[in-house]
Design a protein around this ligand. Structure first.
Ligand code: WQD
Length: 339
């Protein structure tokens, strides 16, 4: 089986590429290296003993995308990760986000729909905004996004759903990730934020290792048990496995409906303070933090109802939050050794 993984040198994409290679899949990684490092290719080979084909292509260049599909006419599927993903940055650079995330998606959808190559799309729980009902199900109504990044995920889903309707031989699965955390158990690959980390766990591990002076807890008097925001933190290895199950489902069944949506989370929420405590319990390290002002745009509570993916794909998260945070710490410690 030959699978194209766009954004395959990125955080989630690299972990999925490892699992695909370990299952004997021929992997073609497409990445423009805008937010990924070429060293990840060596790390993937070190973990799996196999070196995927790498194509440095920017999906905004439609001619390069056409040439890529001419070079690989026998693809069995595509997993599309390539996108900009920083909520705050998207507010400052909306056109860059729309051009890259929507333009790139359209360029890849043209050959996929024409050739009937199934697609797995990296979506996000961001599409829900602050849900009124919890846990969040796939039927929970979407809210207008508070960021261009979130809009690109909502629009991306709509574009793919419309493409499935218009092209009877084209099928897709949309995976709405909750909060991916952690790293591969070998600590060879993991989350590698450029600049100051926006997300909680990489900022926390950089603080504990001494790269940041202190972790600010954004908001401590929300309407939650301990006053801090609640999220559904899922180990990146569990998230990667959900892509394998999705691919198997797409390839092996004449999936109906032709566009399926799945939440991918643990089904359990944890507050920021609970995550800090879990990290300290899992690693024996102390997290220097201070309670700080809320961050604009944050949803207060978000965690998934994951019954649909378990029922239809037989997938369920296996790792604990402690295991995920221990892996994040092991990864942070090795970054300085092998930058
Ligand atoms: C989690 C919690 C913060 C940093 C975003 C995107 C989402 C997905 C994951 C791409 C919140 C708090 C954070 C810090 C803190 N990305 N926090 N101090 O905002 O839930 O989701 O990243 O798909 O689409 O929206 O994740 O890790 O930024 O924040 O207190 O230094 O940690 O307020 O409550 P978020 P996050």
């Amino acid at each position: 089986m030959k699978i194209l993984v766009t954004g395959g040198l990125g955080y989630i994409g690299s972990h999925v590429s490892v699992l695909l290679l370990e299952k004997g899949v021929d992997v073609i990684i497409l990445d423009n290296l805008d937010n990924a490092r070429i060293e990840v290719l060596d790390r993937i080979e070190a973990i799996t003993g196999k070196r995927p084909i790498f194509e440095q292509v920017d999906l905004k260049d439609q001619n390069l995308v056409k040439a890529l599909f001419a070079t690989y006419p026998d693809l069995d599927g595509c997993i599309h990760f390539a996108a900009h993903k920083a909520v705050g940055e998207s507010l400052k650079q909306p056109l860059r986000y729309y051009e890259n995330n929507i333009g790139g998606l359209i360029h890849i959808l043209k050959p996929l729909t024409r050739q009937g190559i199934p697609l797995i799309f990296s979506s996000s729980c961001t599409v829900y905004g602050q849900a009124q009902e919890l846990p969040i199900t796939e039927e929970t109504p979407l809210k207008p996004s508070s960021s261009p990044y979130g809009f690109t995920k909502q629009m991306g889903e709509q574009i793919i759903q419309d493409s499935c309707i218009a092209n009877p031989n084209f099928r897709a699965i949309l995976l709405r990730y909750f909060n991916p955390v952690g790293a591969h158990p070998t600590a060879q690959i993991g989350e590698y934020p450029q600049g100051i980390p926006q997300n909680l766990v990489p900022f926390l591990t950089q603080t504990v290792i001494g790269k940041r002076p202190i972790l600010k807890v954004f908001g401590s008097d929300y309407d939650t048990p301990d006053g801090t925001c609640i999220r559904d933190y899922i180990h990146v290895m569990d998230l990667a496995q959900a892509h394998i199950e999705s691919l198997n489902h797409l390839i092996s069944s004449s999936q109906s409906p032709s566009c399926e949506i799945f939440n991918v989370g643990t089904g359990t929420g944890a507050s920021v303070l609970e995550l800090i405590q879990a990290f300290e319990d899992a690693t024996g390290e102390k997290v220097p933090y201070t309670l700080s002002a809320p961050r604009a745009g944050d949803t207060v509570v978000a965690f998934a109802d994951v019954t649909k993916i378990e029922r239809k794909l037989g997938w369920k998260a296996q790792y604990t939050l402690h295991e995920a945070l221990k892996s994040a710490w092991d990864w942070e410690k090795q970054i300085d050794k092998n930058p």
